[in-house]
Write a protein that binds this ligand. Structure first.
Ligand code: SAM
Length: 448
């Protein structure tokens, strides 16, 4: 049911009965649809039990807002253990080395990265099908992902500029990983009846890379000679990796040496039959989309990025000190990560604007600005005024992108999921920009 329908229903029901009905109605949206009866989850639970996992109060369920996740069958209090997954259930580079791939990895020069080892294992086990001891886990993994690397170029084009660049870089990075791993994949031919070129193809690597990137937990392993210098910090954690993210919860997660299990403890409450969330980190929506392929609504950490092009558009090319100002910003890392947030323009954005707004007679003060000092009322005012202009430009650009997305959604049914994702990101950006514009309007009124 759409949000519009929900609000229509809510309007009709007034009074105590109406409120009760509304609460029940809302509750039904927050509760998930239990899917633990499905064969794939029954098989997964059995597989986990054989490896020492004791059934917890969590059940796989489908949620209206977040898709598949885990619901609790018992109310959770702060300090409760959410899940404890024995070491035997974890898939790490140790697992890969103990498999038939191990001997080939140890011999291969230059050494492969821990990430590539995990990707190779996932692809090989998926290919093994029924014969894979990891089948019950592989069967519940998503078949497709929505990380930017998996988006169509037409959809990537609709992303905000700084994110578009990062999305293209992600795609290129996986392409490069594929290119540079071809020889290693070929070296595995003795292990397979089918051609390794067919098994370890680009889309298989993209799938495996997204699986590792979106689902691994952080677990530091000692460095091994047979791997490259990249840190070995991954572990795939079956079942536990069904937990979705919320920016509003706090959890403690670590491997417990005593119980030899990976444990997650919550610091938040959770009602019976509601979704249990963990926090993947204080990430903004750009980072959530890049790393995990989703965006969170009303994310307190979210911000809208201003690209260097957009920033510099508002300053005259005739300014004799423009080049020097841009160099200063570049040298001090003030050309990237300039943002608008729920509380208005970031300190970094205002600082960059103040440096660019310095008058010829004030130029020598740039160091003081980087330290947070005020140079002149004129400089402050110009920086705030330009921030407001940039904010309005980004509002218009976002509204235009939202219009394009709505049209494309009508015409391109096959791109609907990806377009909806970008639409969510853009709608959240619009909310942040509108809030920033309001704050700037008040600040600008205060300074004039
Ligand atoms: C560790 S998995 C969590 C389980 C996942 N939903 C599943 O069905 O397998 C991480 C992925 O879940 C999804 N996800 C996590 N938190 C989410 C949220 N708050 N809203 C929507 N999707 C979310 C994203 O696709 C992310 O890449």
């Amino acid at each position: 049911m759409s949000e519009q329908n929900l609000s229509l229903n809510m309007k009709k029901s007034r009074g105590r009965t109406g409120r009760k009905r509304r609460r029940k109605h809302l509750k039904s949206f927050m509760d998930g649809v239990n899917c633990s009866h499905k064969l794939e989850y029954i098989k997964l639970k059995k597989w986990l039990k054989e490896r020492g996992f004791e059934d917890s109060n969590l059940r796989p369920a489908e949620f209206w807002e977040t898709g598949r996740g885990l619901m609790t069958t018992k109310a959770l209090q702060a300090g409760d253990l959410i899940i404890s997954l024995p070491e035997k259930c974890l898939l790490t580079t140790g697992t890969v080395l103990s498999s038939c791939l191990g001997g080939h990895i140890v011999k291969w020069k230059p050494p492969v990265s821990p990430l590539l080892a995990l990707c190779t294992f996932l692809i090989a086990e998926k290919h093994a099908g029924e014969k894979s001891p990891w089948k019950p886990y592989l069967d519940v993994l998503p078949n497709t992902y929505t990380c930017p690397a998996c988006l169509e170029p037409g959809v990537i084009n609709l992303l905000p500029k700084p994110l578009k660049k990062k999305a293209q870089e992600q795609k290129m990075m996986i392409q490069e990983l594929f290119r540079s791993s071809k020889a290693f994949f070929s070296s595995l031919q003795p292990l397979f009846a089918e051609n390794t070129g067919t098994i370890f193809n680009y889309s298989a690597l993209e799938w495996a890379w997204c699986t590792v990137n979106t689902r691994t937990i952080y677990m530091k392993h000692p460095r091994r000679e047979c791997f490259s210098l990249e840190p070995d910090v991954y572990a795939l954690a079956p079942y536990l990796d069904l937990l979705n993210h919320s920016p509003n919860v706090q959890v403690k997660a670590a491997f417990n040496e005593q119980t030899r299990s990976y444990e997650i403890w919550t610091n938040s409450q959770c009602k019976k039959y509601q979704e249990v969330f963990i926090c993947y980190g204080p990430h903004d929506n750009q980072r959530l989309l890049l790393e995990y392929g989703f965006v969170a609504m009303d994310n307190p950490h979210s911000s809208v990025y201003v690209s260097p092009d957009t920033l510099l558009k508002y300053f005259s090319p005739l300014d004799k000190q423009r080049k020097a100002k841009v160099s200063i910003l570049k040298d001090h890392d003030y050309l990237e990560n300039l943002t608008f947030g729920w509380e208005g323009p970031s300190w970094r954005l205002l600082t960059a604007l103040k440096v660019l707004s310095l008058g010829a007679d004030e130029f020598s003060c740039w160091r003081r600005i980087l330290l947070g000092d005020v140079t002149s009322a004129r400089n402050e005012q110009q920086a705030l005024g330009t921030a407001a202009k940039i904010c309005h430009f980004l509002i218009e650009e976002t509204q235009h992108a939202l219009f394009q997305i709505s049209q494309l959604k009508r015409d391109k049914e096959n791109l609907k999921t990806h377009l909806t994702l970008v639409e969510m990101l853009r709608s959240e950006d619009l909310k942040i920009l509108q809030k920033s514009a309001e704050i700037l309007c008040n600040l600008n009124l205060g300074t004039t």
